[in-house]
Design a binder for this molecule. Structure first.
Ligand SMILES: Cc1ncc(COP(=O)(O)O)c(C=O)c1O
Length: 461
């Protein structure tokens, strides 16, 4: 670890003794001291006291402008008044029934009005949404295999815990990646059924279809890869997947857990003008509550209606979460909200670009809808294997530097991205940029010192 990074981490430790103590306590009773593996990082994670709108406070009372927003699940911001009101009302009339009620159809109608789908079933997490969508695709086609993207994350059920972050010594041929288990405990048979292709590589997908004729139930893809910062689909990639899937009798599943609410009212389907067979939604559609959905045509969803494919869940469509979802889609994520967020994101991306150039940093900034990222990479990423070349220490230097200046720029981990919420203001964007302007020159210096060219010059001198 280099000196400038060490200084930022020391400063973080000086500012956050409360988080350190809370983490030590939690570590006795929770593996890693956290409730989800993505929340742990060195030296210890920030523990939260409270959050409201676009602001968050840690246990030591430090305030952050929050662009992490629960891994992008809070385009509504924390505790949006419309969501809070709707939920408070529902608290008085029963929190769960395990019986039908009218909010279910209301929310399904809202989703069908935004996305090119005819029917919806609800769930409680993105993991559930992709799990049910894949089972439905298997049930409808009578096939077992699926194709997923190398490096893509679709939740933690067995079928998609394959090649999520495969290591270079495991991932094999770039044109035909190996199927690498991402956790112990995933059955070998399941791994064999999850075929892997690189993002932005239609030929690799086509080869898999040809190698396993009549065996592939579905292609599941995140329309913008948001598990490697932000990696955009090249022109023709998503429509190419559409054509290949149709030609080979497989269903195309868009995992819109992250993109769904945040790219446009109709998610990636609208943004890219491509119609998948199944759409998976979660995160920002719930306005801060555990709401997820998978949706498709009536013809596909009929497999559920005909009792061919089973879908159920005690907590599905509980009225509190349905009310939160309805308030979010009807009152928060309005056309005006998208305009506001797009404007702020443009300001943030443009500001980053200016600072990157001024500092001489080899990096780029990219935005899409409510999402954006500083990518410490010299040119636009094409796939997961580009992303693994990112200098992780440099990224940590950026993240701790921003956090020490009161801006939570994104979730910790260089595979994430920032989220703009309806609660953010121009002043918040300018604060974000001011912090980056302070950090960028030190980053550029560190980058130059650490570049292989600089090392060979040093070694030769
Ligand atoms: C693209 C994508 N799909 C699925 C999931 C899983 O969602 P959840 O964490 O709600 O299970 C995530 C979570 O980050 C995601 O980013």
């Amino acid at each position: 670890m280099y000196e400038a990074l060490k200084r930022e981490i020391q400063s973080f430790e000086n500012r956050t003794p409360g988080s350190h103590a809370a983490h030590q306590r939690a570590s006795h009773r929770l593996p890693l001291g956290v409730g989800s593996n993505f929340r742990i990082y060195e030296p210890y994670p920030i523990f939260v006291r409270d959050a409201l709108g676009g602001r968050l406070h840690d246990l030591d009372g430090n305030e952050y402008v929050d662009f992490n927003l629960c891994f992008g699940a809070l385009m509504a911001g924390h505790c949006h008044p419309a969501v809070v009101r709707a939920v408070e009302e529902r608290f008085k009339t029963g929190t769960m029934f395990g019986m039908p009620h009218e909010l279910e159809a209301e929310l399904a109608e809202e989703i069908c009005a935004r996305f090119p789908v005819e029917q919806v079933r609800f769930a409680n997490s993105g993991t559930e949404a992709t799990m049910h969508a894949i089972r439905l695709a298997r049930g409808v086609t009578g096939r077992d295999r699926i194709i997923k993207t190398e490096g893509a994350y679709h939740g933690v059920h067995d079928s998609v815990m394959v090649s999520v972050k495969p290591k270079p010594d495991q991932f094999g041929d770039p044109e035909a990646p190996a199927q690498v288990p991402s956790s112990a405990g995933v059955p070998a048979g399941t791994i064999a059924n999850t075929l892997v292709a690189p993002f932005n590589n239609l030929q690799a997908v086509e080869r898999l279809f040809e190698r396993y004729p009549g065996e592939v139930a579905a292609v599941i893809v995140e329309p913008i890869m948001m598990n490697v910062g932000i990696c955009m689909p090249e022109a023709g990639y998503l429509s190419g997947l559409r054509q290949l899937s149709s030609r080979h009798g497989a269903l195309l599943i868009f995992d819109e857990v992250k993109t769904g609410a945040k790219l446009a009212r109709g998610g990636a389907c609208e943004y890219f003008g491509v119609k998948p067979d199944l759409v998976c939604l979660a995160k920002s559609i719930g306005g801060g509550f555990p709401l997820a959905a998978f949706a498709s045509s009536k013809a596909v969803m009929d497999a559920i209606a005909e009792h061919k494919v089973f879908h159920a869940g005690t907590y599905n469509t509980n009225p509190v979460v349905m009310a939160a979802g309805l308030a979010t889609l009807r009152q928060v994520l309005t056309p005006a909200a998208y305009d506001h967020i797009n404007r702020l994101n443009q300001r943030l991306v443009d500001g980053h670009r200016k600072i990157i150039t001024q500092a001489g940093l080899s990096a780029y900034a990219i935005g899409a809808g409510a999402n954006g990222a500083l990518m410490l990479y010299p040119r636009p990423l094409r796939n997961y294997r580009d992303w693994i070349a990112i200098d992780v220490d440099l990224w940590k230097h950026y993240w701790f530097g921003m956090v020490n200046r009161g801006v939570l720029p994104q979730a910790h981990w260089w595979d994430e991205q920032w989220t703009i919420s309806v609660a953010h203001t121009e002043a918040d964007i300018d604060r974000h940029l001011a912090a980056f302007a302070e950090v960028a020159p030190a980053l550029a210096r560190a980058q130059q010192e650490r570049s292989p060219k600089a090392e060979s010059v040093r070694a030769g001198s």
